[in-house]
Design a protein around this ligand. Structure first.
Ligand code: GLV
Length: 332
């Protein structure tokens, strides 16, 4: 029996490609080009599965051109590149990579918070620029982390990881806002108190965003929300671009209406708004919150294992939708 054909939309670890090649005819993207939608659609012709990395839009228009496609495995925990309703309606399975990146991403969120609040990159640029000529009592004095009040918006697995780090590691008072409240036992374990979004913004020393990007989450933080925050506060976004209004944030940072920000994700990335690039009180990183070698390997392996399990007939390991009728797997 011939192997099913799949497309791997971006470069991934060679060992993971080798594993996939044992089960599938694999078309890879050795040059790691970011294919335009029409190019992606062209390459998906005749493919029953795809491994995507979060940057490839899978929507009704694409699915209509690829009637053989049965499963798209995202190498990311977020899947806002999927039009999930369209995939479900078309009988296409979607999967993501939860759990394997939780602690690594929480580590990074905390790093970004520390770097922004303690002005680490700003002071490094100062030093590298040869401007450090003497000690000064208030030089790069930032905001306290330990014992301060941490607000987390989005209290899924990664949010809980950040809460634990703050409460148990840094003696922070943790408050959170989420679509739904956590069970009491989990709140107690995370030492986290549920509050409204506005109360969180008004009363937190540091605000970390870890919510999924949905149409309702667009500009969760805009000019109104920034105006509620304290002038000494830090804002960290490790969730998705579009959750923060980047132009409004740049204005708030420029006018010192909030003290600092740490951003790993941006509206329209990889482009970063020039207003943000012009500021010193923001730490900017290129969407790397899950980027340790071990975690990225685990993510790639889980995405591959989803494809393998699906075509073995075992079902997807970490599905994000449940189409009532799946496209026929032998349609290739
Ligand atoms: C990264 O942003 C992810 O969703 O895994």
């Amino acid at each position: 029996m011939s192997k099913p054909s799949i497309l791997v939309a971006r470069a991934i670890f060679p060992k993971v490609l080798d594993k996939l090649a044992q089960h599938f005819n694999v078309e890879a993207n050795a040059d790691d080009r970011d294919w335009a939608p029409h190019e992606l659609a062209r390459r998906l012709q005749g493919k029953v599965g795809a491994l995507t990395t979060g940057g490839q839009r899978i929507d009704a228009a694409l699915l209509a051109t690829c009637p053989q496609l049965c499963i798209v495995a995202n190498m990311a925990v977020g899947y806002n590149n999927f039009d999930l309703d369209a995939m479900t309606a078309a009988g296409v399975q979607g999967t993501n990579t939860p759990d394997v990146l939780t602690e690594t991403t929480a580590d990074f969120g905390f790093s970004l918070l520390m770097a922004a609040a303690r002005r680490i990159t700003e002071s490094e640029h100062f030093l590298r620029g040869g401007r450090w000529t003497q000690w000064r009592y208030d030089m790069f004095a930032g905001a306290e982390i330990h014992g301060s009040r941490l607000g987390i918006i989005g209290m899924g697995r990664i949010g809980q990881g950040i809460a634990r780090r703050g409460a148990h590691g840094f003696g922070m008072e943790v408050q959170y806002h989420n679509r739904s409240r956590l069970p009491d036992a989990l709140e107690a374990e995370c030492k986290a108190r549920y509050v409204s979004k506005d109360e969180l913004l008004r009363t937190s020393d540091h605000v970390v965003l870890v919510l999924p990007y949905t149409p309702e989450a667009h500009h969760t933080i805009g000019a109104r929300e920034l105006a509620l925050m304290q002038p000494t506060a830090t804002l960290v976004n490790i969730a998705r671009g579009g959750i923060v209004d980047d132009v409004a944030l740049a204005a708030a940072l420029r006018e010192r209406r909030i003290a600092a920000a740490g951003l790993d994700v941006f509206e329209g990335e990889p482009r970063v708004h020039p207003d943000l690039l012009a500021l010193h009180n923001v730490v900017l990183t290129p969407h790397i919150a899950s980027a340790t070698v071990r975690t990225r390997q685990a993510m790639a392996n889980l995405a591959a294992d989803n494809l393998i399990a699906f075509f073995d007939g075992r079902g997807a390991l970490t599905p994000v939708n449940h189409p009532p009728l799946l496209r026929r797997q032998e349609s290739a």
